[in-house]
Ligand binder design. Structure first.
Ligand SMILES: *Cc1c(COP(=O)(O)O)cnc(C)c1O
Length: 407
């Protein structure tokens, strides 16, 4: 008897498990099951996935720092010097010198008074709205914002307004509505980069509308920090409005070493209040020393001349892939970013094509509902500064082969 069978002697448990199985079979029959593929190597352009060597084109490893031995070594040193973890939240006995250093390095680099760390950017977005905005306030949120912003907005008591993705006419209409409804503080919330589409938010126009309607701007720059804009400082600086972004959230789990951990940057009193009230900060364990060590090293590299060289290489690699795929007649989304989504439409087709590519040694993932709208399934290719031109050509050739094989 399995453990589940033993428990299922209670009929309520058996009914519950049946319902869950039914839901799973629905996902399966729609072709929407997301498989997990197992990597048994370092993360990087070349990985061992499900036991086979493959070129990796689906990591958020934009600068190649996730596999960088210097970043790994910094994590090892942090463990040697401060151990594996704190067994405490920050305010009880969980604050290390390393946390303070990482907050300072993040804030100084990105141009803010201070930063506050979270276990993940998901938590940063989950914790940022509720303490800062009350029922008298309004959040005007882009319709394609990341799930963690949507959840964070739900947790706050602020009145919600939604504008169509990057649509400035709609944003203005929603800002007007928020003002007419008498909102005290109005906050525009947007991803800096929409990762499913590979587009950068029009933050220059958003900031201008923010100014016109007296609204603050919050940007989640998870797919931008380290790789976009002057010095890798993100999508605000890329659009020339870095100083108009009031609240910035980001991750150490993508370009900045790829371990994990999130942050919020803002004016000092905002960070001070978040330290007192942000629930994922108050009620969750302090970041592990290894994560602080690797993130500090990754910021040091990203903010340096070497970071500039990595960003040029990344831009070159993205242009190489985009140009070659375009010439082969694939329908591509996005612009100005290392995310190049290849639009396929049908979810099952995207899944089959991704599977074929993986069989042929190109590791990519098909994205379908609910991650993207129904009927707009795609394979999202992500370039890294660590890819070679030869590897990029191999990926393009594999796309051409898979299209022919599945036609
Ligand atoms: C990846 C991502 C997150 C979540 O980051 P984690 O640090 O992995 O929790 C949040 N927002 C956006 C826009 C992201 O792309």
């Amino acid at each position: 008897m399995t453990k589940t069978e033993a428990r299922s002697k209670h009929s309520s448990h058996a009914e519950f498990i049946d319902r869950i199985r039914y839901e799973l079979s629905g996902i399966e029959s729609e072709g929407l099951t997301k498989p997990e593929r197992v990597i048994s190597s370092h993360q990087g352009p070349e990985v061992i996935v499900d036991g086979e060597a493959a070129l990796n084109f689906c990591a958020n490893n934009y600068l190649g720092l996730a596999g960088d031995p210097r970043v790994a070594q910094a994590a090892i040193e942090a463990i040697e010097e401060r151990g594996s973890g704190l067994a405490s939240v920050r305010f009880i006995c969980g604050t290390l010198d390393l946390h303070k250093r990482l907050e300072r390095a993040t804030a100084d680099w990105l141009g803010y008074d201070d930063a506050i760390l979270f276990a993940a950017a998901f938590d940063a977005n989950g914790g940022v709205f509720e303490p800062l905005l009350g029922a008298q306030d309004a959040i005007v949120s882009d319709s394609l914002n990341h799930a963690s912003i949507i959840d964070g907005v739900r947790l706050s008591k602020a009145k919600r307004y939604r504008f169509a993705n990057a649509d400035m006419v709609d944003l203005e209409a929603q800002l007007k509505a928020a003002r007419e409804d008498g909102a005290r503080t109005v906050l525009i919330a947007t991803d800096g980069v929409f990762s499913m589409d590979g587009i950068i938010a029009p933050l220059d126009e958003i900031a201008a509308l923010g100014e016109r309607y007296g609204a603050l701007v919050m940007v989640d720059d998870c797919h931008a920090t380290g790789l976009i804009g002057p010095g890798g400082r993100g999508s605000g600086p890329f659009k020339g409005v870095g100083d108009k972004i009031d609240i910035l959230t980001g991750t150490y789990g993508k370009a900045l070493g790829g371990a994990m951990g999130g942050f919020i940057c803002a004016a000092q009193p905002v960070i001070d209040l978040l330290r007192q009230r942000a629930r994922p900060y108050l009620f969750s364990n302090a970041l592990a020393p290894a994560v602080c060590g690797s993130a500090l090293k990754a910021i040091e590299i990203a903010a340096s001349d070497e970071g500039d060289a990595l960003r040029s290489q990344l831009a070159e690699n993205a242009a190489h892939f985009r140009g070659a795929m375009d010439r082969e007649g694939f329908e591509l989304l996005g612009a100005d970013h290392a995310i190049v989504p290849v639009l396929l439409g049908d979810a099952a087709q995207a899944q089959r094509m991704a599977a074929r590519l993986v069989e042929n040694g190109i590791f990519v993932t098909g994205f379908s509902f609910p991650v993207v709208p129904r009927g707009q399934a795609r394979i999202r290719v992500q370039l890294s500064a660590a890819h070679t031109p030869g590897q990029i050509d191999q990926a393009v050739a594999a796309f051409v082969e898979a299209r022919a094989a599945l036609a």
